[in-house]
Ligand binder design. Structure first.
Ligand code: JAH
Length: 283
């Protein structure tokens, strides 16, 4: 897969050299090209922004540099009749999901347009964008970090990137449910024991336990995922109680009180008597 990324901060994308994405690049599975938008800003000051029509706060990215950038980048494939899928991360986009990632992983060529300020002039979006996508309901300072998120989700779906093919299909969201908790050695760690069933060797029982835990977790934390018409079938929803008491905690903004289910961890060296979780609340 080829990926072009246009940004005024190419260095913001340096994590793409690391870890799973970096390895996919080194192995030739992923071919990333970073472009500085200012390369296509032709005035002496290389300006890429201007005041919004109609007034209001902030600045808008001017259309001309984007137009020149996308024209030039798309021309790279025109000879072989190839056209990239052009993606604009934005808080007003459609929701990016695992299914969306799977769709992008089938493409041969993606272009990410990273906006800054209040966004890119809408005429660029209208003319060039195939997808405007949002990675969640919050506002970032620009599209770069959202591009990192999308690319990591897509790259791990490319053939040959993740060694054990099972670990991709087994993920949270592949089943439409949150995954059960996981454990490794030691079997007993202080007060905390690994659930006996996971050490029983009874794989049918382990499978039932994991499904049960997945349903419980999903009902408690993400009731919106249950009973979706597009959710992969085969789960027995008996036992999950999306309308039960758990729900009272779900559909609201988390507060400091959400930590009550966790034990308190003392900060041994602080000498203030303040707990670790108090310190976090105080931030
Ligand atoms: C902010 C351009 N859905 C996350 C997201 C994606 C992009 C942006 N914000 C949030 C953004 C400013 C300018 C894009």
């Amino acid at each position: 897969m080829r990926v072009d990324i246009v940004t005024i901060f190419p260095a913001y994308l340096s994590p793409l050299e690391l870890s799973l994405v970096g390895r996919a690049r080194a192995r030739g599975i992923l071919d990333v090209h970073l472009h500085d938008l200012r390369q296509w800003a032709n005035d002496v000051h290389r300006t890429v922004d201007d005041a919004p029509y109609g007034g209001g706060p902030g600045m808008v990215m001017r259309p001309e540099p984007w137009w020149a950038a996308l024209t030039e980048i798309c021309a790279l494939g025109a000879a072989d009749g190839r056209r990239p899928r052009i993606i604009v991360p934005t808080p007003v986009g459609r929701s990016f999901t695992q299914a969306y990632a799977a769709g992008l992983a089938d493409e041969q060529w993606l272009v990410f347009c990273c906006g800054r300020y209040e966004g890119i002039d809408a005429r660029v979006i209208d003319e060039w964008a195939d997808d405007e996508i949002s990675i969640g309901d919050y506002v970032l300072a620009g599209g770069e970090v959202a591009t990192l998120v999308v690319l990591e989700a897509v790259t791990r779906l490319l053939p040959g990137v993740v060694g054990n093919a099972e670990s991709v299909v087994d993920d949270s969201f592949a089943s439409g449910l949150l995954e059960a908790p996981v454990y490794t050695r030691p079997p007993v760690w202080g007060d905390h024991e690994v659930p006996a069933v996971l050490r029983s060797g009874d794989h049918a029982a382990i499978g039932r336990w994991r499904r049960e835990e997945a349903l419980r977790r999903t009902a408690h934390r993400r009731p919106d995922l249950l009973g979706r018409p597009d959710r992969p079938a085969g789960d027995d929803l008996a036992g999950a109680d999306p309308a039960g008491d758990d729900l009272a905690e779900c559909d609201r903004v988390p507060t400091g009180d959400d930590r009550v289910s966790r034990p308190e961890h003392r900060v041994e060296h602080s000498g203030t008597g303040e707990t670790d979780s108090d310190a976090r609340v105080a931030q």
